[in-house]
Design a protein around this ligand. Sequence first.
Ligand code: FAD
Length: 409
Amino acid sequence: MKKYDIIIIGGGASGLAAAIAVKKYSDFTVAILEKGQRAGKKILSTGNGRCNLTNCRIDNDCYNGERTLLGRLSSDIESTEEFFSEMGLACKKDDQGRVYPYSMAASSVLDALRFTATAKGVDILCEHNVSEIRKTKSGYEAVCGAEIIKAGSVIIAAGGCATPSLGSDGSGYVLAKKLGHSKTNLYPALAPIRTDINLVKALKGLRTYAKASLSSEGRILAEQTGEVQFSDGALSGICIFNVSSIAARYVGKAEIILDIAPDFKKKDISYMLFTTKETRSSLPCEELLTGLFHKRIGQSVLKNASISLNKTCGELTEKEIYRICDVIKEWRFPVTAVSDWSLAQVTSGGIKTEEINEKLESIFAKGVFFCGEILDIDGICGGYNLDFAWKSGYTAGKNSAEYIYDIKG
Ligand SMILES: Cc1cc2nc3c(=O)[nH]c(=O)nc-3n(C[C@H](O)[C@H](O)[C@H](O)COP(=O)(O)OP(=O)(O)OC[C@H]3O[C@@H](n4cnc5c(N)ncnc54)[C@H](O)[C@@H]3O)c2cc1C
C-alpha cells in the first residue's frame, strides 16, 4: 500500500501548483493522483493553445462568486509571473495586459510545471481515478479502483464541470460531499449564450464590434465591449463569454442588448442615416447601412426594425429611420440558455465558502484543503481563472505542508 505525507487529487493547473508549493516549504512526500493519462491536459488547450496564464491587472472585480476567497490566497506568491520565472519560464504580455509564455505555446507552461514537480520529487500517478476519500485513524486514504493510497493530508484540486473531455467532470464535488461538504448551484460560464435562433440565423458566421449589455427587468446586470460572434442560435465572443456567468442565473428572464455602433451617439447615427437616405435615395433600402455594417448585418437590422426591403432609401419615413437607429443602439436578444458544459471554459459556483476556513481547509475534515475551480469563484476571460488556480493551489500546498509539520510535531 502506497503512503505519502500529502496527496493531491487532480493534476491540473491548481494541483500541479499545489505540489510545487508543498516541496518549496517542506521535504514531505507528495503524490498527485490524476485520473487522465497525463497531467495538465487542460492547460494545453488554454488560450487557444497559447495559455493566457495571468493578467497584468488582477482585480477583485474581474471575478464572480465568493471574492472573499481572493483574500485567503497566500501573500508569499507575489505574482504568477514570478512563480513561473522561478521555474525558468519567461512570459510576455499583449497590448491588453494578458500574459502568455514567451514561446506563446501552452506546452512550455505545462513542461515548466511538470519538470519542476518531478525534479522536486513529486510522484505524478496518472490513471488514478479517486472515487472516495476516507478518514482513517492517522489521516486519510484515497480509493482508486482496487488501490488504496494513504496520506496525512489531502488537497482536492479536481476542478469543476467545464469541458469534461479535458478531465474535470464534477467528481471533485462527489468526493467533497462524502466529507460533509455542499456546493452552490453550478452554472456553465465563459460560454456562448443561446438565443432565439430566428434572430441570428441570417447572421451565422459574422462578427461585429459591439457593446453587450445583459439586462433583466430593466436592470443592467453586466456590460462588456468587444467583438461579438453570431453562430447557430447563439452569441459568442469574449464580451459575451464575460457576461455568461451572470446570464446563466437569469435564463428566460434576461436579454442581451447589443449596441452595434458603440462609438457613435444615437443622434450621430440618425444624422448619418438621414444624409445617406438623400445621397442613396434611389437605391434599395438595404444600401442605407452598408457604410456602417456588413451587408447581412444591415439587412437583419432593417428586418428587426420591421422595414420592408422592397423600399428604396428615399422612401424610408422619418419614423422608420428612428426605428433603425433604435435597433442599432439596442438590438435585443433574449437569453434562452447558456451553452452546456461541453462548451463552457469554467464553472461558476462551487464548494460553499463558509465550509472552508482562511487556509482553504475543510471545516469538517482537518487536513483536507481545496484549490482551483472547485471553489465558488470564477473569473472573466484574460488569464484570471488560471491566475486563481496557480495562487489557490500554491496556498493549499503551503498550508497542507504546515498542517503536516503541526501533526508531526
Ligand atoms: C478550452 C479552455 C480554455 C481556457 N483558457 C484559459 C485561459 O487562457 N486563461 C485562463 O485563465 N483560464 C482558461 N481556462 C480556464 C482554466 O483552464 C481553468 O479554470 C483551470 O484549468 C482550473 O484549474 P483546476 O486545477 O482547478 O482544474 P482543472 O485544470 O480542470 O484540473 C482538474 C484535474 O483533476 C482531474 N480529476 C478530476 N476528478 C478527478 C478524480 N476523481 N480523481 C483524479 N483526478 C481527477 C482532472 O482530470 C483534471 O486533470 C480555459 C478553460 C478551457 C476549458
